[in-house]
Design a protein around this ligand. Structure first.
Ligand SMILES: Cc1cc2nc3c(=O)[nH]c(=O)nc-3n(C[C@H](O)[C@H](O)[C@H](O)COP(=O)(O)O)c2cc1C
Length: 169
């Protein structure tokens, strides 16, 4: 059973969980993959509800979104330390992370990408704008802190229109 809620429902709780670990799920062709995200924003752009996520270009997730132009986000309302450990370190390029973690998915309500079958809040998003960040407009301290080790691996900013949002138990 899903309970449809507005995009900003439980915002404080969701951002708190996101700052520790949430899941960004993608589907391209038959390949479904999920990775852990800890950064993102939920807000308004072009008068539309938006989930903004940042994905480094070396992630398999980046390749998936470049093909599908959509993604879902699951904010888990249960603790999944093992799943976070695997999905936040291993790449779906070489393995089926969902099978490895025993994760099931549920068909998306409005888009082709599914959501994780995990109790929590889910966002279905269609990419409205993507922009690769670069050093030129970035605060030097942040550049040093986050991009020093891999200077060519800046984040891709994806702004996804939130097409649907709901809670599952
Ligand atoms: C707590 C946590 C937060 C993370 N947040 C992000 C993030 O916001 N953006 C990102 O590109 N990678 C982030 N990662 C790293 C990816 O989850 C990790 O590189 C993953 O293995 C990529 O999987 P993929 O290659 O299947 O896409 C995070 C990892 C952890 C453990």
């Amino acid at each position: 059973m899903i309970k449809r809620v507005p995009y900003n429902f439980n915002a404080q709780k969701n951002l708190d969980i996101l700052s520790k670990a949430a899941f960004l799920t993608t589907k391209s062709g038959n390949k479904i993959n999920t990775m852990v995200i800890g950064w993102g924003t939920i807000g308004i752009l072009w008068r539309l509800p938006v989930f903004n996520t940042v994905v480094r270009q070396n992630r398999f997730t980046y390749e998936q979104i470049e093909k599908s132009h959509e993604f879902t986000v699951t904010i888990p309302y249960v603790n999944l330390p093992q799943t976070v450990a695997v999905c936040g370190t291993k790449s779906g390029r070489n393995m089926d992370k969902l099978a490895a973690c025993g994760l099931k998915t549920v068909k998306g309500q409005k888009i082709a990408t599914p959501v994780l079958d995990v109790p929590g809040m889910h966002f279905e998003c269609k990419v409205m704008y993507g922009r690769l960040m670069g050093a030129e407009n970035l605060n030097k301290a942040l550049d040093e802190l986050w991009y020093n080790k891999e200077p060519d691996d800046y984040h891709m900013f994806y702004f996804g229109e939130i097409i649907d949002s709901y809670i599952t138990e």
